[in-house]
Ligand binder design. Structure first.
Ligand code: MRU
Length: 349
């Protein structure tokens, strides 16, 4: 299953809003279609958003109307400004766009063809690095999993959320191949049900024993020690080790600490943002109220109610047992380790 790929002249991606009922691929040569897909969660998950943004930029400079290097750079600036507005929390988006910008500004470029090649090469490098990072995340993370473990996860951090096998779900996949995973408990992940719709779909395809729970059941699972570890991804890791991840992650982390169950965060270095000192400065996306008042397009709340719907919450570093990156396993205090593991590029956002 390929979540996103470059095809000559276009980008091909799986529309995740249709899963698990329909595996529908979209092929487009319009960068705005990719941007809209990111905004509307057809493409989602921090690393996949970065990869998609890179390919969208590559599309933007391919327009046949662009004839000169200057025109290509102007068109690219407009596309980058548009793509930056799609989702604010996952820093992978901004890291990818910064890398594309730098590639397009290289002095050595000699004409539009060169610029097109350079932007596409950078986008493909972002994708390749993510695939490789996922393999290494899987191996490092699996070393933390005890044989016979049941595990809890939140949201979707698998192949759908990355260009590779996933972050937290990639660790679960690797540990499963090593014969160590007895069962995975999956939070349904309200309001958009990434757990119920996407993670369950991926786990069942992989042949892993899976139990779906409502988000509020996670407390009972942890209280009864039905799992030996919790594994989640991240959309942004601040310099002190606070993380932003799908709303509902923070309560799981607090409960895991209360019941002395390890809570592991698994993310590539492209998710680390050393310019954000603590979780408090991470921008949190607010979503449309209809995502809460409706389920599957059907209204469940009375008309006229006010809704508060942050897409992510902040888990303070004190609740995190370890952060797994492709370069190894970091233990608290996270600051020094993160400073040395900052990954390529940087971001102001
Ligand atoms: O709103 P989403 O579905 O893009 O949120 C995704 C998450 O919160 C994931 O846990 C995170 O991006 C890590 S994915 C490898």
């Amino acid at each position: 299953m390929v979540t996103i790929a470059w095809e000559e002249g276009g980008v091909r991606f799986l529309d995740q809003t249709r899963l698990p009922h329909e595996e529908r691929y979209v092929v487009t040569s319009d960068y705005r279609v990719v941007g809209k897909a990111i905004r509307e969660l057809q493409i989602r998950g921090a690393p996949a958003i970065g990869v998609a943004a890179g390919f969208a930029a590559a599309l933007a400079v391919r327009s046949p109307e662009i004839a000169t290097l200057d025109e290509a750079r102007t068109a690219l600036s407009a596309a980058l400004a548009y793509l930056e507005q799609t989702r604010p929390t996952a820093v992978n988006l901004f890291r990818a766009l910064d890398r594309i910008r730098a590639a397009a500004l290289a002095q050595s470029l000699n004409g539009v063809g060169d610029l097109r090649d350079a932007v596409l090469r950078e986008a493909q490098a972002i994708m390749e690095e993510d695939i490789q990072a996922c393999v290494r995340l899987g191996l490092h993370g699996a070393s933390l999993i005890l044989p016979g473990s049941a595990l809890l996860t939140h949201c979707n951090t698998g192949a759908l959320a990355t260009a590779g096998q996933g972050t937290a779900l990639g660790v679960i996949t690797t540990a499963h191949r090593q014969g160590k995973v007895r069962r995975v408990y999956v939070d349904e992940t309200r309001p958009l049900l990434q757990g119920a719709r996407l993670t369950v779909w991926e786990l069942l395809r992989l042949g892993i024993e899976t139990t779906l729970i409502t988000d509020s059941t996670a407390a009972t699972v942890l209280q009864r020690h039905m799992v030996q570890a919790v594994l989640v991804g991240a959309d942004r890791i601040a310099a002190n080790g606070d993380i932003a991840n799908k709303v509902g992650t923070y309560p799981v982390a607090v409960l895991a600490a209360r019941h002395e169950i390890p809570f592991y965060v698994v993310a590539p270095t492209s998710t680390i943002d050393l310019r954000t000192p603590t979780g408090e400065s991470i921008p949190i996306e607010e979503r449309d109220s209809a995502e809460v008042t409706h389920i599957g397009g059907v209204r469940v709340a009375a008309e006229g109610v006010r809704v508060f719907s942050p897409a992510f919450d902040i888990t303070p570093n004190e609740f995190i047992s370890a952060i797994v990156t492709e370069n190894g396993i970091l233990r608290p205090p996270f600051g020094p380790g993160l400073a040395g593991a900052g990954g390529k590029g940087s971001s102001d956002r």
